[in-house]
Design a protein around this ligand. Structure first.
Ligand SMILES: Cc1cc2nc3c(=O)[nH]c(=O)nc-3n(C[C@H](O)[C@H](O)[C@H](O)COP(=O)(O)OP(=O)(O)OC[C@H]3O[C@@H](n4cnc5c(N)ncnc54)[C@H](O)[C@@H]3O)c2cc1C
Length: 427
């Protein structure tokens, strides 16, 4: 007898799905490739609509205690001149914060909560999905045991959810000719450094333009008055020498990028100094994949980065995976006796919504004003209003909020996504 739902991949989206289904009394199990779950990655940002769902799952207090509620997003030029700032999270009137935290901490909180609630026998590490067979009542997922035994395991389920990330095995099996993720020419060096608070210590800072950019935001307050500051140093290049298969754990080399930021010394932040204080960096290319025409085949569907990997612009990577998890749960709950319909309605809600974000991020998403300022005033400006108007900036940022689903009015009802109406296909 198999599980009602089996999830392949115990990352952010997979664990959020497991917790959500379990909360609704649905029989669910997870298989994760890595044998030992470790708090990997650097900073990650969660938007208020995703936080609302984590609140409904009962993990918000814990996450707030290990992260930082960002209150402001500020754009600066490559010369460090302020272009725009806007309130974020509760400061912007949302009932939920926008949370910045270490990706590894987020994963560990979800992982431990899943073990506590589902039991360790339901959240099994060291199982790497290799293939899926479809049958009339569900699917069988085949795993290689990565515990050194050389064994294999096959698990039957009514529904299999592929939450196996940007290099999804299920996606690759389904679309064998898709190839590698698509690179837009930008390379990102990401790191976390113990540093003095930047500005007032709650602001997310974006400086520069699409060809060269620096992002920083604090992800934890430290006892010594300093903060753990997440940063991303990014530049665009034709040089493919540093390009390799995307790997979240690939170490970066300071000499490959820091010299490009040597003159980014502002009166509010000395970027070269911050970069040289970092214990290390990870190098990741700016990649995504084209939106798919279908996510679901038989009783197998995709979720999170397996379904819609997107450029890490606008804080949507993890947030959208969490929203997928919640909508999928609502659909399965509404159609316990008709999994095919549950998956069809899930896909009809989430595939168009996330495809639009993938495409919006290709068009620079909320970063467009930084590009416009760079093009119009490359040598700096006396007054920002001479270069770009608040209305022009708001057109971009409000439009992006609507596309990504976190416009303030969209969240005013306070109802979790699981409780939306999934009886019928959306119009
Ligand atoms: C190690 C790591 C570090 C990351 N660091 C950052 C970061 O610093 N900042 C950031 O913004 N984003 C980071 N991300 C990406 C971010 O977590 C995702 O973009 C987002 O959270 C969506 O989550 P996801 O669950 O869809 O994908 P992921 O978080 O990538 O999770 C996918 C999970 O599936 C597992 N998996 C992969 N293949 C298989 C298989 N065949 N069988 C079973 N399990 C499999 C992976 O081990 C992983 O746990 C990182 C991802 C990983 C895996």
């Amino acid at each position: 007898m198999g599980h009602e739902v089996l999830i392949a991949g115990g990352g952010i989206a997979g664990l959020a799905t497991a917790l959500s289904l379990h909360d609704e009394g649905i029989d669910v199990a997870v298989r994760e490739s890595v044998p030992e779950i470790q708090p990997l990655g650097v900073g990650i940002n969660l938007l208020p609509h995703a936080i609302r769902e984590l609140d409904a799952l009962g993990v918000l207090d814990k996450l707030e205690s290990v992260g930082i509620a960002s209150t402001t997003l500020a754009y600066f030029s490559a010369r460090g001149q302020l272009i725009w700032e806007e309130p974020r999270g509760r400061a912007a009137g949302y009932q939920w914060p926008q949370l910045s935290l270490h990706r590894g901490t987020l994963q560990m909180v979800l992982h431990h909560t899943a073990i506590e609630r589902l039991g360790a026998d339901r959240v099994v590490p060291g199982r790497h999905l290799t293939a899926i067979d479809h049958h009339d009542n569900g699917a069988t997922a085949h795993f290689e045991c990565r515990d050194g035994s050389g064994d294999t395991e096959s698990v039957d389920a009514g529904i299999v959810v592929a939450a196996d990330g940007i290099h999804s095995t299920v996606r690759q099996q389904r679309f064998p000719h898709e190839g590698m993720p698509l690179w837009n020419g930008a390379l990102l060096w990401r790191g976390a450094v113990e540093y003095d608070p930047i500005l007032e210590g709650r602001t997310m800072v974006w400086a520069g333009h699409p060809d060269q950019k620096f992002v920083a935001y604090p992800i934890r307050d430290l006892d010594n008055g300093k903060q753990l500051v997440n940063f991303i140093a990014e530049y665009r290049t034709d040089d493919r020498e540093l390009l390799e298969r995307e790997d979240w754990n690939r170490a970066g080399n300071l000499d490959d990028f820091a010299p490009r930021f040597d003159d980014w010394v502002f009166d509010w932040l000395d970027i070269p100094k911050l970069l040289r204080a970092a214990p290390g960096t990870f190098l990741f290319p700016m990649v995504d994949r084209d939106p798919l025409d279908r996510w679901t085949e038989g009783r197998v569907t995709l979720i999170g980065d397996a379904a819609h990997p997107m450029y890490p612009i606008g804080s949507n990577g993890a947030s959208q995976g969490i929203l997928d998890a919640r909508v999928l749960t609502g659909c399965i709950r509404s159609h316990r006796n008709d999994p095919d319909r549950a998956l069809a309605i899930y896909e009809a809600h989430r595939r168009p919504a996330t495809s639009a974000i993938v495409l919006a991020n290709r068009g620079l998403g909320p970063e467009m004003p930084m590009r416009l300022v760079h093009e119009r005033a490359p040598g700096g400006f006396d007054h920002i209003d001479d270069v770009i108007s608040p209305g022009e900036i708001l057109d971009v940022t409000d439009g992006y909020r609507r596309t990504a689903g976190f416009a303030l009015e969209a969240l005013s009802s306070g109802v979790s996504l699981v409780d939306d109406d999934y009886a019928e296909m959306p119009q």
